[in-house]
Design a protein around this ligand. Structure first.
Ligand SMILES: Cc1cc2nc3c(=O)[nH]c(=O)nc-3n(C[C@H](O)[C@H](O)[C@H](O)COP(=O)(O)O)c2cc1C
Length: 241
């Protein structure tokens, strides 16, 4: 009995220490997104892999996504086509046939078994699928972005707005984020996810000062499947290529 008590006492201490470490960094703080309880703020950014042959998700994706799934974590899928006419890239997965939907099931199940939340990024490249509009650019991206965010606010059932930082600069060997999303963050009523060039320090900073609710990581998450844990422990990261 006393042995048992000692053992459980140690376990409790371990758990308490882990919780204290987790609470210490903003990226590891829980967050409620609509009806979903997220256990941390480190999101898998949508990352096209071009490995879904004939637009059908492949079994290897179950491993890829579940390796990056954590209990209470949020994953956003790679861009997923909604129709045969909206494809901008070869071998991206789709959800417009029964075969594709069936192929997604074991992948989604593998992610859910880890306790993670999985959103599908629906994609239609629009007019770019005809290659006519490749040279277009926005003359006033801030006005356009603000207009779009205001339109999104008309749909309160929309859970989040995810934006990529407009540009990155390198200052003294470190990537510097320009925080160009602030106007949109301020205008959007729901959960705001920022991404584009973030590391542990920058992610903690923007969550702490309220610039973003969640931070999506792309290339670092590719190279470090256990990224949330590494951030939690402040462990060294693999470099991406
Ligand atoms: C290989 C690769 C594939 C990507 N595919 C998508 C995609 O399917 N949909 C999307 O919205 N963004 C896509 N992105 C952009 C990422 O989601 C992310 O915004 C970008 O990589 C910047 O974040 P990072 O600096 O953490 O990598 C892709 C980026 C990379 C590197």
């Amino acid at each position: 009995m006393s042995q048992y008590l000692r053992a459980s006492h140690v376990d409790v201490k371990k758990v308490a220490a882990k919780e204290a470490a987790a609470a210490a960094i903003p990226l590891m703080a829980p967050y409620k997104m609509g009806r979903f309880e997220l256990s941390h703020r480190v999101v898998l950014a949508p990352l096209t892999r071009c490995r879904s042959y004939d637009h059908v998700p492949q079994p290897h994706a179950a491993l890829y996504y579940s390796q990056r799934a954590t209990n209470g974590g949020l994953l956003i899928s790679e861009a997923t086509g909604v129709s045969a006419t909206g494809e901008g890239y070869p071998e991206i997965p789709g959800v417009w046939t029964r075969q594709q939907v069936k192929a997604w099931k074991p992948i989604v199940d593998a992610v859910h078994r880890k306790g993670a939340l999985f959103f599908c990024q629906l994609a239609h490249v629009g007019r770019a699928s005809t290659n006519d509009f490749m040279d277009c650019f926005d003359s006033n991206p801030e006005a356009l972005g603000s207009y779009m965010v205001r339109q999104l606010n008309k749909h309160p059932e929309l859970l989040y707005c995810h934006m990529v930082e407009p540009r990155m600069a390198t200052v003294e060997g470190r990537r510097k984020i320009n925080h160009g999303l602030l106007p949109f963050r301020k205008q959007f009523n729901g959960t705001f996810i920022a991404s584009g060039g973030y590391d542990r320090e920058e992610g903690n900073k923007v969550v702490d000062d309220g610039y973003a609710d969640l931070v999506a990581y792309g290339r670092l998450f590719l190279a470090n499947p256990d990224l949330p844990r590494r951030f939690e422990l402040n462990a060294p990261l693999n470099k991406y290529d």
